[in-house]
Design a protein around this ligand. Structure first.
Ligand code: APR
Ligand code: PHB
Length: 389
């Protein structure tokens, strides 16, 4: 098989890239290791920056998001000494959209199918070849047969554990990483959300977050130890702990019910540089990971996709190399700022093992400053709703 662009990974990064390139007349093949049902069963965060919303609309996949998503104009923060709301629209003139990443992936698959896009699932043993020349190729096994795709560019959109980043020689990569000393226990339940807007809570027992998917589907998280067994958290124990950590009025209102999904996620910050090696370009989780505290994971994938698709369209249409040559540098400048914001939110909202009273007071002072300063709230709102592409 021959195509212009081979895309490794059928998550949001790979599917959105393929959708935008196809609409620009560029031929792509997406290779996904897992089944489509598996990809569509993963529960991920659900807050879209306004730039992501506009990118999805421009890609022709915004219709259901605009119908079913919820525009949020602000967010609540709660701490011992400060309970307050940050009004995004007042501070920076733009809201965010709450719409689950699982739904975005579903919309992207539907759009790819409607355009006749080629997405090969259950592709085993994907291997990249000839990345340092100008005629790379990709091999994979499907149904016991080995296949080969010749192409001009390879895009590594295969997430943190994918094969693409590992295909770059170690000596050509710099990796930066922090593993946070706690995890998030997440619960999805078919209950009405406790609040119209998200609540991020700093509590002496640990962080908590109230989020939502729709009018009868709520998503809640509490900080836990990264290696805690899930069996330690039957539903009753989860709800009791969540209630202790969120504001009292919210705890009274909270409607509980059986969990329909429950999992523990570790928290990691990670960046690899550069995001290009020869004919291979990395995008999304393949190149960087953020802790979920600022909901930046999918949004960073979207900004990578924006820079990368612009660069590839200029290359294939006009033979213009400036965009692909500067892709890594452009994408990384924005990646580092989102890493900083996620790191800052993570630091001010969680309990750290061994945290001493001075450090606790520093967190409280940070939140008290945020509660009382329009300048601080503008900075928070600017980052949460998304820095410009
Ligand atoms: N070959 C083919 N596909 C692979 C391989 C491989 N060797 N390894 C992984 N994949 C697939 C995974 O099965 C997954 O479907 O690549 C896809 C990567 O998707 P994501 O992990 O969702 O990453 P990305 O598309 O960059 O999306 C970023 O999703 O992971 C969240 O928090 C993250 O919100 C962020 C967003
Ligand atoms: C979610 O809805 O799953 C969610 C929202 C905000 C976050 C993280 C996760 O910061």
């Amino acid at each position: 098989m021959r195509t212009q662009v081979a895309i490794i990974g059928g998550g949001p990064s790979g599917l959105l890239t393929s959708q935008i390139l196809h609409r620009a007349g560029i031929d792509t093949v997406v290779l996904e290791a897992r089944s489509r049902a598996h990809v569509l069963s993963r529960i991920r965060a659900g807050v879209l920056e306004w730039g992501t919303v506009e990118l999805l609309r421009r890609a022709g996949v915004g219709e259901r998001m605009d119908r079913e998503g919820f525009v949020h104009e602000g967010v609540f923060l709660s701490a011992r000494n400060a309970q307050f709301r940050i009004d995004f629209v007042r501070q920076v003139g733009r809201p965010v959209m709450v719409y689950g990443q699982t739904e975005i992936t579903r919309d992207l698959y539907a759009a790819r199918d409607a355009m006749g896009g080629v997405v090969i699932d259950e592709a085993e043993g994907v291997t990249l070849h000839g990345l340092d020349g100008d005629a790379p190729w990709v091999t994979y096994v499907k149904g016991g047969t080995e296949h080969r795709i010749d192409c001009e560019m390879v895009l590594g959109c295969d997430g943190f554990h994918g094969v693409s980043r590992r295909s770059i020689p170690k000596s050509a990569l710099s990796e930066y990483e922090t593993v946070w000393p706690f995890g998030w226990l997440g619960v999805l339940s078919e209950t009405p959300p406790v609040s119209d807007e998200l609540i991020y809570a700093n509590h002496e027992r640990g962080f908590a977050l109230c989020s939502m998917r729709n009018r009868n589907l709520s998503r809640y998280y509490i900080q836990c130890a990264a290696d805690e067994p899930l069996e330690k958290w039957p539903d009753d124990a989860f709800w009791a702990e969540l209630k202790r950590r969120i504001p009292a009025e919210a705890a009274e209102r909270l409607v509980t019910g059986p969990s329909i999904e429950k999992s523990i996620a570790p928290l990691r910050s990670y960046v690899c540089e550069p995001m290009r090696w020869g004919r291979l370009f990395l995008a999304g989780d393949a190149a960087h990971i953020v802790p979920p505290t600022g909901a930046k994971g999918l949004n960073l994938a979207a900004s990578d996709v924006h820079y990368l698709t612009q660069a590839l369209i200029a290359w294939f249409r006009d033979g213009e190399a400036e965009g692909i040559d500067r892709y890594s540098e452009r994408a990384l400048r924005r990646v580092w700022k989102a890493e900083r914001f996620s790191w800052w939110m993570t630091r001010i909202l969680h309990r750290f093992p061994g945290q001493n009273p001075f450090e606790q007071r520093m967190q409280e002072a940070e939140l008290d400053y945020l509660a009382g300063s329009a300048a601080a709230q503008t900075a928070m709102a600017e980052n949460y709703t998304g820095l410009p592409f």
